[in-house]
Ligand binder design. Structure first.
Ligand code: SF4
Length: 253
């Protein structure tokens, strides 16, 4: 049986997909986002991570079934990047669906493309990060080029579930109306049914983890994003998408 390397598991999650969710943070990520607040999930293995079988994850998740049923929740695989361990991910998602549990993956779009079609079939919600819409800035923000990400975007034409888009706004990076216009164009070009768009204000909650890991935090001089400004940008972004929406886009915000 395939085992997945898991960084940690959170129960009663409220922000990683619809309803109340069990959130499984998978270990390993190919990106090194400047603002990552989980830098301890980036390496493929650390002392705290543990191996789980899909059976163990499903058994744990089923303990909270009553909360999923009442709230429309389920289980989300986050990270790190869940699509890196794609064989395990497919197995555990299939098992959860067999049990009638709602599934979600929270992805940066920079994982293993293997099994993607099969994974899409058993994933009710995809929460996709748009790190940046410009390829040079994508490289600066994540440390990797945008080509692999764009391959994932192409594959989304086969996805029939709910796609949520999330974008972290960092002061000096994309905190302008002009950036929102470009982001809107990028979102409108994604070949899938976008169900929700969310702007997340940049914060520094993970900074202590960098100190503990002995890694330099490169954004230390950048202030946290003002939440009201972020909300206003989100409203503006949604208004542009709404105006231009085609049959493919339906916003639920
Ligand atoms: S994709 Fe997520 S986990 Fe990976 S480096 Fe970026 S913020 Fe961190």
């Amino acid at each position: 049986m395939i085992k997945g390397r898991v960084h940690s598991i959170e129960t009663m999650g409220l922000v990683d997909g619809p309803g109340i969710r069990t959130v499984v943070f998978m270990q390993g990520c190919s990106l090194k986002c400047l603002y990552c607040h989980n830098p301890d999930t980036q390496c493929m293995k650390n002392n705290k991570s543990k191996l789980y079988t899909s059976e163990e994850i499903v058994k744990m998740a089923k303990r909270y079934e009553i909360y999923y049923k009442k709230s429309g929740g389920g289980v989300t695989f986050s990270g790190g990047e869940p699509l890196i361990q794609s064989d395990f991910l497919l197995e555990v998602l299939r098992e959860l669906k067999k049990q009638g549990i709602n599934t979600a993956i929270d992805t940066c779009g920079y994982g293993n493309l293997k099994n993607l079609k099969e994974i899409f079939e058993v994933t009710d919600n995809i929460l996709l990060d748009v790190k940046h819409f410009d390829k040079d800035m994508f490289q600066i923000v994540t440390g990797r080029d945008m080509n692999h990400y764009m391959k994932f975007i192409d594959h989304l034409k086969d996805y029939k579930g709910n796609l949520w888009i999330r974008h972290v706004v960092v002061p000096g990076f994309t905190d302008t109306r002009e950036s929102m216009e470009k982001l809107a164009n990028f979102i409108l070009s994604i070949p899938a049914n976008v169900a929700k768009v969310e702007i997340i204000p940049y914060h520094k909650l993970g900074i202590e983890k960098y100190e503990k890991l002995g890694i330099e935090y490169k954004l230390k001089d950048i202030p946290e994003m003002d939440k009201n400004h972020a909300k206003a940008l989100e409203k503006y972004l949604i208004s542009i998408i709404d105006k231009q929406k085609t049959k493919k886009v339906s916003l639920v915000i």
